[in-house]
Design a protein around this ligand. Structure first.
Ligand SMILES: Nc1nc2c(ncn2[C@@H]2O[C@H](COP(=O)(O)OP(=O)(O)OP(=O)(O)O)[C@@H](O)[C@H]2O)c(=O)[nH]1
Ligand SMILES: [Mg+2]
Length: 197
């Protein structure tokens, strides 16, 4: 099941951030972890730009579901060391203001590279989301590059940290994509029902 969406807003500056009350599911993760690729896999089309060079997504991109239950939001990756100091300062400020000002962040999808042990930036994002009482869904990316044993070990490792099992996915062979699409659309639909009642 592909999610039907439209890119409705691209924010490069804090003034351009959306301030409406609709539910937002954000995709956070280190640069190059596969956020934009995963969104494209969910959409069944190449709407988000991807690149093998880290630091591709430089704006906050809001994809609104065509059923208008809310948005999936693609964030610039954190921890891209090669960006200029000024560029990193701009992104970090944009992300800070996004998390401070955005109402109705229903879920933070924290994307984790299945090939790597837990990285400091991932743990920082998780602690930050927990400190803000945000719901977190851990998502392992690029599982096509790992053996089943590696995936199992990684899932166990992250289950301890997240206190919930992350979802293993691959944008390349599409494993986990249908389950994720269903989870996200149900989360947004449930949220919009709650807000109506
Ligand atoms: N093998 C494999 N490669 C992937 C997968 N997902 C993404 N990639 C590759 O990883 C690289 C980075 O992907 P992006 O989707 O641009 O990553 P991103 O997290 O959006 O990166 P930034 O926008 O820089 O934060 C690209 O070369 C993708 O083709 C996957 O599931 N499997
Ligand atoms: Mg990206």
């Amino acid at each position: 099941m592909a999610l039907s969406v439209k890119l409705t807003c691209t924010a490069f500056t804090t003034e351009q951030l959306l301030s409406d009350a609709k539910a937002k599911i954000v995709f956070a993760g280190r640069s190059n972890v596969g956020k934009s690729s995963l969104l494209n896999a969910l959409f069944g089309q190449k709407l988000a730009k991807i690149s093998s060079t880290p630091g591709k997504t430089q704006s906050i991109n809001y994809y609104e579901l065509t059923n208008q239950t809310g948005y999936l939001v693609d964030l610039p990756g954190y921890g891209y060391a090669k960006a200029s100091f000024e560029q990193r300062r701009v992104w970090s400020n944009l992300l800070d203001v996004f998390f401070q000002k955005t109402s109705n962040i229903t879920l933070v999808c924290v994307l984790i590279d299945s090939r790597l042990p837990p990285q400091e930036k991932d743990l920082d994002m998780i602690s930050f989301s927990q400190s803000q009482n945000l719901n977190i869904l851990g998502i392992l990316t690029k599982t096509d590059k790992c053996s089943n044993k590696q995936i199992k070990d990684r899932l166990n490792e992250w289950s301890g940290i997240l206190r919930a099992k992350p979802l293993p996915t691959s944008s390349k062979n599409k494993s986990g994509i249908d389950v994720l699409a269903r989870t996200l659309s149900e989360t947004l639909a449930a949220n919009s029902l709650t807000n109506e009642s």
